[in-house]
Design a binder for this molecule. Structure first.
Ligand code: ZN
Length: 70
């Protein structure tokens, strides 16, 4: 299981997605505001959890490339 967080600040892109990161991602450490999502076996579950909070969500291309779609 991996611990996931979502960036509370949207990306500076037209789709304004909130990126999902693993706890150890160096990009997560750059996020000034983040929310704990929980422990999941895959980034897909973490993205689903983040979508309960934000409608526009994407996986980080560095730590969750399987869920990076934009
Ligand atoms: Zn990341």
């Amino acid at each position: 299981m991996t611990t996931y967080y979502v960036n509370d600040n949207p990306q500076n892109t037209p789709s304004k997605e909130h990126e999902v990161h693993t706890a150890g991602c160096s990009w997560l450490s750059l996020a000034t505001n983040k929310s704990y999502l929980g422990e999941f076996s895959s980034c897909k579950e973490a993205v689903a959890a983040a979508k309960r909070k934000y409608s526009s969500v994407d996986g980080c291309k560095h730590c969750s490339p399987a869920c990076h779609t934009r």
